[in-house]
Write a protein that binds this ligand. Structure first.
Ligand code: NAI
Ligand code: MG
Length: 474
């Protein structure tokens, strides 16, 4: 199989003909050849997007017509669900039921939601005094560079391109090097849906391709999801042209389980939060804090549920835990199971299994300054720590420079609201995890990034709001 760029309405090899291997983490061997882009390919893609924005029909089309094409694009995603599932599973080892049950329907919904949201949005009209009338126009921003990570390749690509396209922008999408296939397929299906040439370009390759996009003077917006280190590099690159950035970076999510929680439900949700997508989620609940009184009971139930998760071939519908996404990532995750990172912490279940597999792992007695408790591990590894008072639970959850996701489990209404207010995090879930209303703001504080996307927050980012003030003769 050959996976190629989609630039200006055509599939293309790299200008210099370079390629690299797409590794299937289950077989640990190459299953496809990928065009390896360079800065020159990124320049071509930006030029195509620029021209499509400056002179093409897309930004000038009404919301109804754009929405119709985006809905057709969404329908094509549904129709190609099997191909997308195979792409995600072979590119990164995602358990196939997560792809078919969650990521692919969500990807199609992202396009439908933002098409409808843009079409139905009203803008503010501000009657100020009898002599003046003010109104707001939300104008397309221009060329959007969307740089996506490898953990939710399709879902996060569409989370970025859907609002960007719905608001009339043109896009250059760069998927992560490990997961190029679903992005290339998106580029082809956009054309099949009738979206004009140059509106959605897909350029494949490694970090330098992303870096070329972020310092390009013809790029008007940068939306990025990935590591905090890369987020900092992008912020610095973007500063040169004052290009607005939206950065959704790493996390070290906490789940605080109070002794008045429904334990069955808390175990079920915290298992999902720790181990869905083999723990490779920025929102993961990788630090569990459990209140004194229920700690032993909770730990015992959590351990039992952890040991029931089925590890195996990600293309098997029974599999819940796949291999880690790449050799590099496998090395990173297993480094956190070494004594030095555990800092005296004890593994009660889990550990290295075979090949690129790590069993769902539960670690207790971890010092707060140990690497496993401080760093984003991004694998099927969770720490469990007891606490006494409500305030201590909140303080422990907040004791990280990240602030992307936090959860609390309690059946006490007052406590739920107090704790939700006290958690320093862009997203808080009470008695659940990963339930997403696409109108709600999504993003993080601190090292987890800057900016919010979702509903009107996406509109703010992907448009140039303009105020028009008119004087009325009186
Ligand atoms: P990364 O941040 O290096 O890669 C994400 C994307 O950025 C990829 O498309 C990559 O090609 C691109 N990129 C890399 N360098 C760039 C640069 N200088 N300018 C522009 N784009 C650039 O993440 P990586 O190395 O794949 O994963 C490392 C760690 O990051 C993971 O172990 C995990 O802890 C965290 N991570 C967090 C994610 C999240 O959802 N917040 C997603 C992926 C990784
Ligand atoms: Mg990298």
């Amino acid at each position: 199989m050959k996976i190629r760029h989609v630039i200006d309405g055509h599939e293309a090899d790299s200008l210099d003909g370079a390629t690299y291997d797409d590794i299937d983490p289950f077989t640990r061997s190459s299953y496809a050849t990928v065009a390896r882009g360079s800065e020159k390919d990124a320049d071509l893609a930006v030029a195509a997007a620029r021209q499509a924005f400056d002179t093409g029909p897309w930004p000038r089309m009404g919301f109804a017509e754009r929405g119709r094409l985006l809905h057709r694009f969404a329908d094509l995603i549904d129709q190609h669900a099997a191909e997308f599932a195979d792409a995600e599973t072979r590119d990164m080892g995602k358990p196939i039921t997560e792809a078919t049950g969650h990521d692919i329907p969500r990807a199609a919904y992202n396009l439908r939601f933002f098409a409808d949201h843009a079409r139905l949005s009203a803008s503010e009209s501000l009657p100020s005094d009898t002599a003046h009338h003010v109104y707001v126009r939300y104008e397309s921003a221009g060329v959007v560079a969307a740089i996506a990570p490898w953990n939710y390749p399709l879902m996060l690509a569409t989370w970025k391109i859907a609002p960007a396209l719905a608001w009339g922008n043109t896009v250059v999408l760069k998927p992560a090097e490990d997961t190029p296939r679903s992005a290339a397929l998106l580029g082809r299906l956009a054309l099949e849906a009738g979206i004009p040439e140059g509106v959605l370009n897909v350029v494949l390759g490694h970090g330098p391709v992303g870096a070329a996009l972020t310092r390009h003077p013809d790029v008007d917006r940068i939306t990025f999801t990935g590591s905090s280190a890369t987020g900092r590099a992008i912020s610095a690159a973007a500063a040169h042209h004052l290009t607005p950035v939206s950065l959704e970076l790493g996390g070290k999510g906490a789940a605080v389980v109070f002794n008045d929680a429904n334990l069955d439900s808390a175990v079920e949700w915290t298992i999902k939060a720790a181990f869905n997508n083999t723990g490779q989620i920025c929102l993961a609940g990788s630090r569990l804090y459990v209140q004194h009184g229920i700690y032993d009971e909770f730990l015992s139930r959590f351990k039992t549920a952890t040991e029931q998760l089925r590890l195996g071939d990600p293309s098997d519908r029974e599999t819940q835990i796949g291999p880690l996404a790449s050799a590099q990532h496998f090395a990173k995750v297993t480094s956190y199971l070494e004594d030095e990172a555990l800092g005296g912490g004890q593994i009660v279940t889990g550990g290295y299994d075979h090949d690129w597999f790590v069993r769902p792992t539960v670690v207790v007695d971890v010092p707060s300054d140990s690497l496993i408790q401080r760093d984003e591990v991004f694998g099927p590894v969770v720490t469990v720590t007891p606490f006494r008072t409500e305030q201590e639970g909140v303080d422990l959850a907040n004791s990280t420079p990240y602030g992307l996701s936090a959860m609390a489990f309690t059946d006490n209404l007052h406590r739920a609201h107090r704790v939700a207010a006290g958690l320093r995090s862009g997203n808080v879930w009470i008695n659940c995890f990963f339930v997403r209303d696409l109108r709600a703001p999504f993003g993080g504080v601190g090292d987890s990034g800057t900016g919010r996307e979702g509903g009107t927050f996406s509109r703010e980012f992907f448009t140039e709001p303009k105020s028009v003030t008119m004087r009325i003769d009186t």
